[in-house]
Write a new protein. Structure first.
Length: 487
């Protein structure tokens, strides 16, 4: 079957060429492609129309009149949405059941939990997000089909990946909806059965400007992306829960609220155990006693949202709660690395926001008989206003704070560290991350706990536009004198 431009943009067209692909990047255009000329945040895609046509573009999607072109031009007010819908129409197939999750922190954890629960219930499943795309086959090993990249990929990549997953027999997909991704319409072509909301705390103000605009981006998942009749799974313990519940109600969705204040999946009790935690959950009047093999109250919050999404996706609730007992944490999220030569435990975690740091340090405190040591930093070319707040939180909640570099990107690393230090005047300041990790490990004794925060699974340190290989787990294990990190 050959698709015409009119099939993609759903309009009657006099000039209706066959379309062979859809992209917003002129460098990816091949003969017969539809090129979407998106005015971006750094360059104006309209600049690349001549190059795209030279490369063989058969049609152009543009925001306004771009003047006499030799190929048909389709205009759209909401161009990014039109681009996402055209890509979805081009690629066609999607896994039968897609669920999405948003929140400042915890999206990757929830997406990987959903993938595991779906697989435990016998479905070929996948997750898409910060860690890339991973498929779980109930009868075989996991398969990673794309490496880590954007949390929510470009709309054409999303459409192609969904078609690839459906082709591979994946029936259940959980995807991360970043605020950038929702705002830039990267998910507008995805047919969602359910959507989850975790929390809204400070991050990304460089992009959104204010918390109100940031919140509006996340609300759009419920206002626009999740259809009427879909299920909204909402963490009732978040202070922003009322706004998300109101949006879901307004949009005609069923709500499953979760957490201590939840009425859908309610956490009636939580007990710390050496293996993780024991949860008493109430769902539809039934009580479930769940041994969650993960540390940290935040992982219980994430597990409940994942459970709600899987129930909304049609999985038998009893099977969902049993599956929680087999969950593995996402790599680099409160991942235990090992024990120091003179005792103490070291963890790698991905906390890179004020609330993430506060949450992980509070989660580790009950496991710390001695001192709590934190190595952390803040990313360059990202929200600057979060830096001193992150410093203040670590200075308050850890016993030893060591500020180091975390992807300074194009910024001066020492200037970023100084901004973090504004909130943590007494913290040590060691720019070189390897040296900072070694200094922290050297402090460890029996009963102490170290968390190396901010990079989690990342495999590189980006300095002045160059990414140098760097892995917190490997570096921490080496500093501990271990050959391999223990899980
Ligand atoms: C600020 C931001 O989100 N930018 C993303 C956005 O870029 P943009 O639309 O502003 O693009 P631009 O660079 O101004 O270019 C405009 C247009 O010209 C096109 N172009 C450009 C050059 C050329 O030669 N030819 C050409 O056609 C581009 O493909 C684009 O369509 O769309 C691009 C394509 O999808 C993304 O690669 C790019 O991500 C940049 C690299 C990025 O770093 N994004 C981060 C901040 C991000 O999106 N993070 C979120 C959140 C993570 C979290 O939750 O913490 C994520 O989902 O990963
Ligand atoms: N529910 C939660 N509440 C607060 N903090 C959390 C929660 N879940 C995870 N965290 C913290 O945030 C870190 C990142 O978790 P995760 O990768 O699951 O979040 P994310 O939303 O996918 O992040 P990103 O925005 O980079 O994609 C964890 O390592 C932990 O420190
Ligand atoms: N998705 C997040 C990841 C931040 C990870 C941290 N290591 C950093 O570089 O700031 C972002 O792009 O803001
Ligand atoms: Mg993520």
């Amino acid at each position: 079957m050959s698709l015409r431009l009119s099939d993609l943009v759903k309009r009657e067209l006099a000039d209706d060429p066959a379309i062979k692909g859809v992209t917003a990047d002129s460098r990816k255009v091949k003969p017969g492609y539809l090129f979407a000329a998106l005015p971006g945040s750094t360059v104006d895609g309209r600049k690349f129309i001549p190059g795209a046509i030279e490369a063989g573009a058969a049609a152009v999607l543009a925001p306004d009149d771009v003047g006499g072109l030799p190929v048909p031009v389709v205009h759209a007010g909401d161009l990014r949405r039109a681009y996402a819908l055209a890509a979805a129409n081009f690629w066609g197939r999607q896994p039968a059941v897609c669920v999405a999750v948003t929140g400042t922190n915890g999206k990757t954890s929830v997406a990987t939990f959903c993938r595991q629960i779906f697989a435990a219930a016998g479905h070929k499943s996948a997750s898409m997000g910060t860690l890339g795309v991973t498929i779980s086959d109930p009868c075989g090993p996991d398969e990673q089909i794309t490496p880590p990249g954007l949390t929510t990929p470009d709309a054409a990549d999303v459409a192609e990946l969904l078609a690839t997953l459906a082709e591979k027999g994946v029936t259940h997909l959980a995807l991360e909806a970043s605020s950038h991704g929702i705002d830039q319409r990267r998910l507008d072509g995805v047919k969602l059965a359910a959507a989850g909301y975790l929390n809204l705390t400070q991050d990304h103000l460089d992009y959104h400007g204010t918390m109100g605009v940031y919140r509006a981006a996340k609300l759009r998942l419920f206002e626009t992306l999740l259809p009427r009749g879909g299920t909204a799974v909402l963490n009732a313990d978040s202070d922003q829960f009322p706004a998300f519940a109101a949006a879901a109600t307004e949009a005609g969705q069923t709500i499953i609220s979760t957490g201590k204040a939840g009425e859908g999946v309610r956490m009636a009790d939580r007990l710390l155990t050496p293996e993780g935690q024991r949860l008493k959950l109430i769902y539809a009047g039934e009580e479930y006693d769940v041994r969650l093999p993960l540390a940290g109250g935040f992982q219980a919050d994430n597990a409940l949202v994942a459970a709600g999404l899987c129930i909304a996706a049609g999985i038998d609730p009893a099977a969902v709660f049993i599956a929680l007992e087999g969950l593995r944490g996402a790599p680099g999220r409160l991942q235990r690395v090992g024990t120091g030569r003179t005792g103490g435990e070291a963890y790698v975690d991905y906390a890179h926001t004020p609330d993430g740091l506060e949450t992980v340090l509070k989660a580790l405190r009950p496991h710390t008989l001695g001192k709590l040591v934190a190595v952390f930093g803040a990313g360059g070319d990202r929200d600057r206003t979060k830096r001193p707040i992150m410093g203040e939180i670590v200075a308050r909640l850890a016993d030893v704070a060591i500020i180091t570099d975390d992807n300074p990107r194009s910024e001066d690393p020492a200037a970023i560290r100084a901004q973090v230090q504004d909130g943590a005047p007494d913290a040590q300041n060691i720019g070189d991350r390897r040296e900072a990790i070694r200094a922290a490990v050297a402090l460890l004794n029996e009963g102490d706990v170290l968390v190396v925060a901010g990079k989690g699974h990342e495999q590189g340190q980006t300095i002045a536009g160059v990414t140098h290989p760097f892995d917190d787990v490997t570096e921490t294990a080496a500093a501990l004198g271990l050959e391999h990190a223990h899980g």
